[in-house]
Design a protein around this ligand. Sequence first.
Ligand SMILES: [Zn+2]
Length: 264
Amino acid sequence: MKIFMITDMEGVAGVVSFVDQSYPDGRYYDAGKRLVTGEVNAAIDGLLAAGVEETLVWDGHGAGAIDFEELHPKALLLHGRPSPLWSRLQEVIRRYDACVIVGQHAMAGVATSNQNHTQNSHTVDAYRLNGKLIGEIGQLALFMGGLGLPLLFLSGERDACREAEDLVSGITTVAVKEGLGRGSAISLSAQTARQRIRQGIATAVAQHRQNPIAPLIWPGPYLLEKRFFFTDTADAEMTKPGADRVNAQVVRFRSDNILDIVYR
Ligand SMILES: [Zn+2]
């Protein structure tokens, strides 16, 4: 089995602050990257223990959050911004059998979720796809589902685990942090978080072998509504092809292809 792993930063134990840790000019950004990398490495250990042959790690945090020198010797790393052309990225993803997420936060607007946001923490208020609110987990699970990959595992903040369980039946989750608000949380120690991730992800692979998880697919056609905090961001969004203004803060897109719409 070959696994595609997507990582984020705000759902990692010990990473609690946008300003100090998650933004690249934060005073503890490098320390935050080491925490992310520790959880990623634990996940790779768990995958190896479960017999996975290859893992490609996609550093999904905006400015990058993997400490390359500290990365597990068996990992491959997909990194760099801007992200590759979608068509090229899709070719790479299709080489893998299933995907997993490490370090995830919940969607924008979940009051108890530490560092909750969807894509851009400064501009996006909400994403709604076919009437249902989604965050980065929904986007990713549907994108991967469109490429034939099921989502087997997620580790991160507790509300992110709930969000994943609501989307994907049979998914294994590991909560490493309980959010108390956008700026606060109760974290497990780094060691305990890593131990639980190692065990949880190995269990996820074993369970998937016994009882396969299906790729997440919602029936089309698709209607995506993006709500922004500010009207000028909605103005800028109107320059994208197919954009349709719903009101001052909401812009809408339509497509029959999930791969074309879920990351608009
Ligand atoms: Zn994120």
